[in-house]
Design a protein around this ligand. Structure first.
Ligand SMILES: *[C@@H]1O[C@H](CO)[C@@H](O)[C@H](O)[C@H]1NC(C)=O
Length: 394
């Protein structure tokens, strides 16, 4: 028994030793000692080739007509059970009830949680994770689901390639207050420090999403935080949602990444990861870029002016060509007339142009009548040339 006790003690010590570095899992940050560029030293998957977020270059996306509108399931049936709002030191997390899910993917996905990413410099200073054509939004909402058809729970699913489905919603700043987001923002002051949690009244999660759920980008990627598992089917909506400047300011300045017992308070800001290389991946679009573009009035004006200039230019060119043709035709006729004095037998055909041709080619002639009429003078000559008719000599 003594030796067994010693063995267990040794095992426990060993376990302590081996898990000690793993304790750093809780200490990763966005900048500093275990910042983004160091994540892969502790979490190897962060150096993978299918990482998120990415920059979506719209001209390089591939339109896939089989990508149907996503259907949030039960997002609006929140029931009366309060949601929990939690500051985990990296973001604010809202736990979602298990009856919420996602339809429109090859499997049924069950909602787990949602959280936000943001910046620090106010509007137009970044904060979102995904970018579109290099353009950054002010914040980004992620709604996380796991594949409940194939896997029993989130922790199993998050390590499988088709395990997770995350919705990415880009948030920009505008004039109007987005009352849906106040369901979260109004309670941030109760969870200012890391590890703090509060229950908030349940609300309609769908009200946080853009109206147009039919237009989105789809690609295979990863968790945007350690351990960066490459298990996420990403859906990034084309439509952005808008919050007010005051709302963005709340998000950026209320929370701390430090715990309440820590003396050095650290604001929880700039909790977004830099965009990662696409590598071999393709970003699919559920809509085609041409029809998808809504033009601003400036763009419309530019196009109208462009088209008008183009038309005027074309008219000038056509006029020039027509004039040149007329000039050369006249020149040719004159030379023919001059020639007629010496070898005159090719003058006659040019004097009776179109009717002769129509009689020769009755079927073909219909559509080309006008063309023929124009060219007839010169063509008639060519055609008549080989036919020996020297008897018409005057
Ligand atoms: C994601 O990867 C799977 C194979 O692992 C593939 O079948 C699927 O088409 C990919 N989806 C996208 C959007 O690239």
């Amino acid at each position: 028994m003594d030796s067994l006790g010693l063995f267990i003690l040794l095992m426990l010590l060993c376990f302590q030793w081996t898990t000690a570095p793993a304790g750093k899992e809780a200490t990763w940050t966005y900048t500093g000692l275990v910042g983004q560029s160091e994540w892969s030293q502790y979490f190897p998957e962060c150096a993978g080739t299918s990482q998120s977020p990415v920059d979506v270059v719209t001209t390089q996306t591939k339109y896939d007509p089989s990508l149907l509108p996503l259907t949030p399931l039960g997002y609006s049936q929140h029931g009366n059970k309060p949601f929990s709002l939690y500051n985990n030191g990296h973001t604010v997390v809202i736990k979602l009830p298990e009856w919420m899910g996602l339809g429109g993917l090859p499997w049924l996905y069950t909602a787990v949680q949602m959280h936000l990413h943001w910046g620090s410099g106010g509007p137009s200073h970044g904060g979102a994770e995904h970018t579109i054509n290099g353009q950054s939004a002010d914040a980004e909402l992620h709604v996380v689901h796991y594949n409940s058809e194939l896997y029993p729970d989130m922790s199993t699913a998050m390590m499988q390639s088709d395990g997770l489905a995350v919705l990415g919603i880009l948030i920009v700043t505008g004039e109007e207050t987005n009352t849906a987001f106040n369901n979260i923002l109004n309670y941030l002051s109760r969870i200012r420090h890391a590890d703090q949690k509060v229950f908030i009244p349940a609300f309609d999660i769908q009200s946080l999403l853009p109206k147009d759920l039919g237009r989105y980008y789809r690609y295979n990627g990863s968790l945007t935080t350690p351990p960066c598992y490459q298990s996420v089917i990403w859906t990034l909506f084309n439509e952005r949602v808008q919050i007010s400047q005051t709302q963005l300011l709340k998000l950026e300045t209320i929370l701390y990444s430090s715990k309440s017992e820590e003396s050095d308070r650290m604001l929880l800001q700039d909790n977004y990861r830099a965009t990662q290389l696409l590598n071999h991946r393709v970003v699919f679009a559920s809509f085609s870029a041409e029809s998808g573009k809504e033009l601003s009035s400036g763009e419309v004006t530019a196009i109208v002016i462009g088209v008008m200039c183009g038309c005027v230019g074309l008219a000038v060119i056509i006029r020039f060509i027509v004039k040149t043709i007329r000039f050369f035709t006249l020149l040719h006729r004159e030379s023919v007339v001059v020639n007629s004095s010496t070898s005159s037998w090719d003058v006659l055909p040019s004097n009776r142009p179109a009717p002769m041709l129509r009689m020769k080619e009755p079927e073909k002639g219909k559509e080309k009548k006008q063309d023929m009429a124009l060219k007839s003078t010169s063509e008639a000559e060519k055609k008549e040339e080989p036919s020996p008719s020297p008897q018409t000599e005057p």
